[in-house]
Design a protein around this ligand. Structure first.
Ligand code: NAD
Length: 357
């Protein structure tokens, strides 16, 4: 059968991966880019990691205030500080929140970003920015926010607690799974996505068994990149539309929310596209798609219930109404408000996805 026609944009970015190599590669990148007024963005909690890899860089401004989902007031303050210090490069060392703040600055200041990720969120490999005002999270895409270089160094992730590593890994897995049916899904991003699933299915149990070991950590960083590239290309599917509302309107923790919602979306969508479900299952190691995901969730004790991360069951109806307008018309399974309420209620309770025993 011929392939469905597609148009696929590839994002231009240098990607470097070497455990223990961040300081060396970061210095080389700052020099290659001709920067002499670096704004180093690293939260207080990741300061020790930033110190390890930025010694000797021409840092003109060090910024430590970081918050999830990038509140606009924070972005404004950081933008003003960047302008006052006349910075010519943003170096972000941290998770998706830190990279997100760098993106908010780059969006208006047009200053390039070098990202040194310390979680598996994957923001470093997308041109997607996000800002939150009140309870509304706004996202958009602009080439200026795509980091010019990403430096992956697994030694910077060994301090990521196991629970957070698992949640973050599931956030990345969700990028992969959603890419299988998101509006821009195509054969190229699906190939990256299934490789991402395979890598996390291999790497996450290693991280849980040996959090300080570099093999699992390396695999998860590679998987984070694959997940982000597939997601950046395929766009937001149903899963991301749900998590976007839960994160923005109810301030739920990003990675954990993704980990909890993922099996419920897989249970809904996989039966409607059996060939894609089969590829997902194979990447997880075989079996039925949901059972394959559940096997990994059980092996690494992934978070299970929205009630455990601060979501109130009374908000289910309102949340469903907020999500519904964003549901992609191309979603494989039909979705209405009732479907969303059932899904959210099951995710709230931590019930078996899809209502199966
Ligand atoms: P995060 O950056 O808020 O980090 C989570 C926690 O982990 C924080 O407390 C942080 O201090 C800690 N941490 C990070 N690295 C650590 C390390 N190596 N050791 C110990 N602790 C560490 O969360 P996140 O899940 O990385 O990112 C979530 C944010 O990223 C959300 O705002 C989300 O919207 C955004 N995001 C954006 C995109 C995009 O394409 N724009 C993609 C994915 C995520």
């Amino acid at each position: 059968m011929p392939l469905d026609p597609f148009v696929h944009d590839t994002l231009g970015q240098r990607v470097i991966l070497e455990a223990g190599g961040a300081a060396k590669h970061l210095a080389a990148e700052v020099s290659r880019l001709g920067a002499d007024r670096v704004m180093l963005i690293a939260a207080e909690a990741e300061s020790h990691l930033a110190d390890r890899v930025t010694a000797g860089l021409p840092v003109a401004l060090r910024w430590t205030e970081v918050a999830q989902h990038v509140p606009v007031e924070l972005a404004e303050r950081a933008r003003e500080a960047a302008a006052s210090a006349a910075v010519d490069l943003l170096v972000a060392v941290g998770g998706g929140s830190t990279v997100g703040l760098a993106k908010a600055i780059a969006l208006t200041a047009r200053v390039p970003i070098v990202a040194v990720p310390t979680t598996y969120a994957g923001s470093e490999a997308t041109a997607v920015w996000g800002l939150t005002e009140g309870r509304e999270k706004t996202t958009g895409t602009h080439p200026s926010v795509l980091p010019v270089t990403v430096v992956y160094d697994a030694t910077l992730t060994v301090s990521l607690p196991v629970g957070l590593s698992v949640a973050s890994g599931f956030n990345a897995l969700a990028h992969c799974v959603d890419s299988m049916w998101a509006p821009g899904s195509d054969p190229i991003n699906r190939a990256l996505a299934v490789e991402g699933i395979r890598v996390f299915a291999s790497g996450l149990p290693k991280v849980v068994a040996d959090p300080a070991g570099l093999e699992g950590r390396d695999e998860c960083l590679y998987g984070a990149y694959l997940s982000a590239v597939s997601f950046a290309s395929a766009g937001s599917g149903l899963h991301h539309k749900i998590c976007h509302v839960l994160g923005g309107a109810y301030r739920l923790p990003h990675a954990e929310t993704h980990a909890i919602v993922l099996p419920h979306v897989l249970a809904l969508n996989a039966p409607a596209v059996p060939d894609r479900g089969r590829r997902i299952a194979e990447a997880f190691g075989g079996g039925e798609p949901l059972a394959a995901l559940e096997r990994l969730r059980a092996a690494v004790a992934a978070p299970r219930a929205l009630k455990d991360v601060g979501f109130d069951e009374a908000a289910v109806g309102e949340a469903a109404a907020r999500i519904l307008p964003g549901v992609p018309p191309s979603n494989p399974a039909p979705v209405d408000r009732r479907v969303l309420e059932t899904l959210l209620r099951a995710a709230w309770a931590g019930d078996t996805p899809g209502g199966a025993a």
